[in-house]
Ligand binder design. Structure first.
Ligand SMILES: [Zn+2]
Length: 204
């Protein structure tokens, strides 16, 4: 008799939200009643997509168009952890570094204790055996982290297919951005890209 082996496939759902500010993208990543977010813009759009418990937010970087919903989100989910690196943390608490002060709606995160610092290459457990790996990809911003979850790669603004990486803003670094893009190209071989914007107009 033929023995049929079960092929175990990880079933992770990824929902895509295009936010109103600069058409930045947030993603809801869910499995079996547990959800994580990648970046946080329009909470009104994101909330209906969250399946069950929201555990945390993986930040691709702390420019305001990727973080402006966080205070609103924390009102509904006060226990979420916000995963970023040192430079990302600085951006969360400075409307100058996250650029929101120049766009008429200053934003700083109002809860210090929700931030969880990650190191380059660190694996964050998301669901069961499924982890997100934090790969530091500085250049567009010093706080850029590209997140790898199974065959999905969340690149933020470090790599947007068909769009030149923005490196003409304060604290960006053209050379670092090029090195990071090289790394990302290796990461996305045989994987899918989930970028930080749906369109490039006005993005930062
Ligand atoms: Zn940006």
């Amino acid at each position: 008799m033929l023995e049929i082996k079960n092929i175990i496939r990880y079933e992770v759902e990824i929902y895509h939200v295009v936010n109103t500010i600069f058409r930045s993208c947030s993603y809801v990543v869910s499995q079996d009643g547990i959800s994580w977010l990648v970046d946080c813009g329009d909470v009104d759009q994101i909330m209906p997509l969250i399946d069950g418990k929201l555990v945390g937010v993986l930040l691709t970087h702390a420019h305001f168009d990727h973080i402006y919903g966080l205070n609103h989100l924390l009102r509904f989910y006060p226990n979420v952890v916000i995963c970023t690196n040192e430079a990302g943390k600085d951006g969360l608490f400075s409307d100058k570094l996250n650029f929101s002060r120049y766009y008429g709606d200053p934003f700083v995160l109002n809860q210090q204790d929700r931030v969880s610092l990650v190191t380059d290459g660190e694996m964050i457990p998301l669901f069961g055996d499924i982890k997100a790996q934090a790969m530091f990809t500085p250049g567009h911003s010093p706080g850029c982290v590209t997140w790898m979850v199974e065959d999905a790669v969340f690149t933020g603004d470090s790599y947007i297919p068909g769009v030149k990486t923005v490196t003409n803003i304060p604290h960006s670094d053209k050379l670092l951005a090029a090195q990071s893009e090289e790394l990302i190209h290796k990461m996305i071989e045989h994987r899918s890209v989930y970028p930080g914007h749906a369109a490039s107009e006005g993005m930062i």
